[in-house]
Design a protein. Structure first.
Length: 367
């Protein structure tokens, strides 16, 4: 792979007179190097200099995997009984004996690890945070990234189709979820963006609830929130379907949520701000009298992970530009009654947007 983003980061370090950057978010490392791994409690770090080759440092058991990606720069491993920060410092000092400015990702680095790093460089300053720099680098997706997001979206549509067919009165949320993930694995899709969420009836009024042993009942709404991973890029989408006969109020909250989602998606284009887009959806729900039940932001960025910069919400004056990818997911959650969420992730195009998922959003009846 090419390493244009690494070169871009090196230019940033030069412009801010930073001597070295210590990057430790595994998603950042994957974005910049092509190597992806969860080190768990171990140390995985990318060390970047403004005018020298970078190096990767990680557990000894990861070294061959890193080399296997084609990484052309040095890689160093450590054994569990060794002191990783002393070893990292040794390699940095070989290249730069006395660094004065060391930048980190403050949103990710723990206090204990920051202190361990500072102990190795007691005279250096650690006040430059690269979190926003990395966020903005990942903000505009390339054509290759967008193509991977489209394929992930196609598999999310397959997951919806599979899940809807699995809905039957008496089946549990967990059984439906398991059937979705089994069908995907048989197709070679081995990883979900997040735990597949199926919520029936009143349970769907908990936006951050978990798939449970609750059973599908007649005359209820069923909420699906799911996504797949394709070549390191994710999908994320929500649909709500009906079982049996719905009451007028159930139908109403569905139609209000649908109108909010469709209106916002139609308005998503270059030049509008994130806050303005959030307000467009929120106004629809407010005017219908359900504003108090829309209790989260309209959307979030997505790409290599399902929650990235930016937030599509009140107070965010970021102007949307082509290549930005994010969710549009209004919801209405009435405790003890029902919950509805309808979501597509989209990419902003020169004259509008294109969704990654295409499962119909009109109310469907199953069971």
């Amino acid at each position: 792979m090419a390493y244009e983003k690494l070169a871009e980061l090196q230019t940033t370090l030069q412009n801010h007179q930073i001597d070295v950057a210590y990057l430790s978010d595994p998603m950042t490392i994957k974005y910049l190097t092509g190597f992806g791994s969860d080190p768990y409690e171990r140390i995985l770090a990318l060390i970047v200099f403004p005018d020298q080759d970078p190096f990767l440092f990680g557990p000894a058991l990861e070294v061959e995997a890193i080399k296997g990606t084609g990484w052309p720069y040095p890689v160093y491993g450590y054994l569990d009984h060794e002191q990783p920060f002393a070893m990292i410092a040794e390699q940095i000092k070989k290249r730069l004996p006395d660094p004065h400015q060391i930048a980190t990702e403050q949103n990710y680095l723990t206090v204990s690890r920051q202190r361990a790093l500072q102990e190795q460089f007691p005279h250096a300053k650690f006040d430059h945070d690269l979190t926003q720099t990395i966020e903005h680098m990942r903000l505009i997706k390339s054509a290759d990234e967008i193509e991977k997001l489209k394929i992930a979206g196609q598999w999310a549509d397959f997951a919806f189709e599979t899940g809807f067919k699995a809905v039957q009165i008496g089946r549990t949320e967990q059984e439906i979820s398991a059937e979705i993930e089994y069908a995907l694995k048989k197709k070679g899709i081995m990883e979900m963006s997040f735990d597949t969420l199926i919520q029936v009836g009143p349970h769907a009024a908990e936006p951050h609830g978990e798939t449970s042993t609750n059973q599908v009942q007649n005359n209820e709404l069923v909420l699906f929130d799911l996504g797949t991973v394709f070549d390191g890029y994710v999908s994320d989408a929500s649909r709500t379907i009906a079982v049996g006969t719905l009451s007028d109020r159930q139908k109403e909250i569905y139609q209000v949520c649908l109108e909010a989602q469709l209106t916002a998606q139609a308005a998503a284009k270059p030049g509008i701000t994130a806050a303005e887009l959030d307000k467009i959806a929120r106004d629809v729900i407010d005017h219908a009298g359900y504003g108090e039940y829309f209790i989260h932001r309209l959307g979030h960025g997505m790409g290599m992970s399902d929650h990235e910069f930016p937030s599509i919400m009140e107070g965010n004056d970021l102007v949307l530009e082509p290549g930005m990818c994010f969710s549009i997911e209004p919801g209405i959650y009435i405790p003890g009654f029902a919950g509805v969420r309808i979501e597509d992730c989209v990419v902003i195009t020169p004259d509008g947007n294109e969704p990654f998922t295409h499962m119909t959003k009109e109310l469907q009846y199953f069971g």
